[in-house]
Design a protein around this ligand. Structure first.
Ligand code: COA
Length: 328
């Protein structure tokens, strides 16, 4: 497929405010022990009231551009993955373009809930591989704390805020390249995880606000089952497409939703613990941003080195799922 697509820079940003399980247990009927054993989450980051999603996105993006050694004016396209955009429109990508001064860039958002980063990266790869773009900025950023029902103990324990970004650049040399994607979805299962109001079908009204319909609704047990099944399925599909075995991978970054979901993927792939990256104890589920944050952390800590084979797989509302295999 034409040009090689190389991750030339990564970055991430999380708000400084840490919300611990102990603090949540003062607001709703839960315990630190319950949250840790059922999810693996210990704490999450929460944006302050004056912090916008685009502020986090811009911070992560600047770090990725700096790591890639390119100026904002060199970006040909910005693709933002988010479900918690600053506002219905303009898109987050437009707001981010303005913040960065990326005047030449085409700008749009991709909405695929927690699978958003993998979906957005697949779009970027097409433009880079076709030769249409030299540098695409892919930024995944969420402030889920703004759409969390803080009185619902089955969801408020799960989510957090943060952003991750990568610059994907065209390359003719070296081994770095994206090898394969597998993307999918099943709209029949959309009711399992959604924000019911605030769109054009059910615009904001006193009734929707009173009924808390602007916050996340989830059938946790059903989502859990589907997540295990679809994460395993899309990893199998992407490995087959890349002509690889799971044992060939140096590192797997799964979507950080629940440690038990990640453990089932690890067992399914028969991978040792050290090959599967986990940071959800620190950040909870940051939806689209989760893999992007983890990727930037792995690069920063040298857990991921040039030439390594990396697998990523995500699952989320929609339902959607997506996996990618690349040589870093
Ligand atoms: N503290 C204490 N008890 C809680 C609780 C909490 N925070 N949240 C739920 N419970 C209770 C439930 O009310 C239920 O009580 P009941 O049996 O008296 O009705 C009990 O715990 C079991 O609930 P259940 O939903 O079966 O628990 P679970 O083991 O499935 O864990 C989740 C709940 C939400 C942690 C789990 O279903 C999950 O992680 N699902 C996937 C969610 C996800 O990843 N979503 C994002 C996808 S991208």
């Amino acid at each position: 497929m034409g040009k090689q697509a190389r991750i030339s820079g990564t970055g991430f940003a999380v708000p400084p405010r840490i919300l611990t399980n102990a603090e949540i247990s003062q607001r709703v009927d839960t315990t630190d022990e319950w949250i840790r054993t059922r999810t693996g989450i210990e704490e999450r980051r929460i944006a302050s009231e004056d912090m916008h999603n685009s502020d986090l996105a811009a911070e992560a993006s600047r770090k990725a551009l700096c790591a890639a050694g390119i100026a904002a004016e060199e970006i040909d396209m910005i693709v933002v993955a988010t479900t918690t955009s600053d506002m219905p429109f303009p898109s987050m990508a437009c707001i981010l373009q303005q913040a960065l001064g990326a005047r030449r860039a085409a700008v749009f958002d991709v909405v695929a809930a927690c699978s958003g980063f993998v979906y957005a990266l697949s779009v970027a790869r097409q433009y880079v591989a076709s030769g249409e773009c030299r540098h695409v900025l892919v930024t995944a950023s969420e402030v889920l704390s703004r759409v969390t029902d803080w009185s619902d103990r089955s969801t408020c324990i799960l989510f957090g805020d943060g952003a991750g970004a990568v610059v994907l650049s065209a390359s003719d040399e070296g081994a770095s390249d994206i090898l394969a994607f597998h993307l999918g979805g099943d709209g029949r299962l959309g009711d399992l995880l959604k924000i019911p109001a605030g769109g054009s079908s059910k615009p904001a009204s006193h009734e929707t606000v009173n009924a808390r319909e602007h916050t996340i609704r989830m059938n946790g047990a059903e989502v859990f089952k589907a997540a295990v099944q679809k994460m395993n399925f899309c990893m199998r599909m992407v490995l087959r497409r890349a002509g690889l075995e799971a044992s060939d991978l140096d590192l797997v970054i799964p979507h950080q939703a629940n440690l038990r979901i990640i453990d089932s993927l690890r067992k399914y792939l028969d991978l040792p613990r050290e090959k599967v990256y986990v940071n959800l104890q620190k950040y909870g589920n940051t939806s689209a941003a989760s893999i992007a944050i983890a990727l930037a952390e792995c690069v920063a800590s040298k857990r991921l080195a040039r030439g390594n084979l990396l697998g990523m797989c995500a699952f989320g509302g929609g339902l959607t799922w997506g996996a990618c295999v690349l040589r870093y």
